[in-house]
Design a protein around this ligand. Structure first.
Ligand code: PNS
Length: 188
């Protein structure tokens, strides 16, 4: 059988544990896996392309058949340019299916020789998405366990004021409930 090279395209803004889980699974079944980060010109991403490249390179350094690259334009054209014969996409829940099916069929129309392969990340990541991670982190909320530690650190650096404010509020709430509890105990 000939060597199967796959492309795992996405925004990865930021990479999550779900993405990493899928990359590890993909690396086991494809001879070569290229993680293609979309150089997104329409949306303004939280992490620059350089930051996403750096994070993903660090996270996949242990996987010798995985390469991290950036691309722009049509995904199918990029896949062809790197000789990928498969596109890997993750499906977490039924809700992903409709969008993914539409995209896979459009890509098949554009390039009939390119196959889309769907894989499921571990069920513990089935609710994890970059969008929700960004939303939680922007309010200074905890993202431990949802993203790799390197990403968590980067989010903390980027959103330092939000984390500081959130931590101060938590401390203030803890102090005030502690004081209320003391008062209550004195009364009884
Ligand atoms: O991580 P995402 O944002 O769900 O990934 C979406 C991505 C990058 C795979 C998709 O938007 C894409 O392939 N964009 C490149 C432009 C393209 O080929 N569009 C046609 C898709 S049918």
């Amino acid at each position: 059988m000939s060597k199967v090279s796959a492309l795992y395209p996405g925004s990865f803004d930021p990479p999550t544990n779900g993405h990493l889980d899928l990359i590890e699974r993909g690396a086991k079944i494809f001879e070569e896996l290229v993680v293609g980060i979309l150089r997104n010109t329409e949306k303004s991403p939280m992490f620059s392309l350089a930051e996403r490249l750096e994070m993903l390179k660090t996270l996949t350094a242990h996987l010798k058949n995985v390469r991290i690259e950036a691309f722009h334009g049509l995904m199918v054209e990029y896949a062809k340019s790197i000789d990928a014969t498969c596109v890997l996409r993750g499906i977490r829940a039924v809700s992903d299916y409709e969008y993914e099916l539409q995209m896979a069929l459009m890509n098949r129309k554009l390039e009939p020789t390119l196959e889309t392969v769907f894989m499921m990340p571990a069920d513990k990541y089935s609710y994890v998405s970059s969008r929700l991670v960004r939303e939680v982190a922007q309010i200074g909320g905890p993202v431990k366990g949802l993203v790799p530690e390197v990403v968590e650190q980067k989010l903390r650096e980027k959103l330092e004021p939000a984390y500081k404010f959130h931590d101060e509020m938590q401390e203030a709430t803890a102090r005030s409930s502690g004081a209320k509890e003391k008062k209550r105990k004195r009364r009884v």
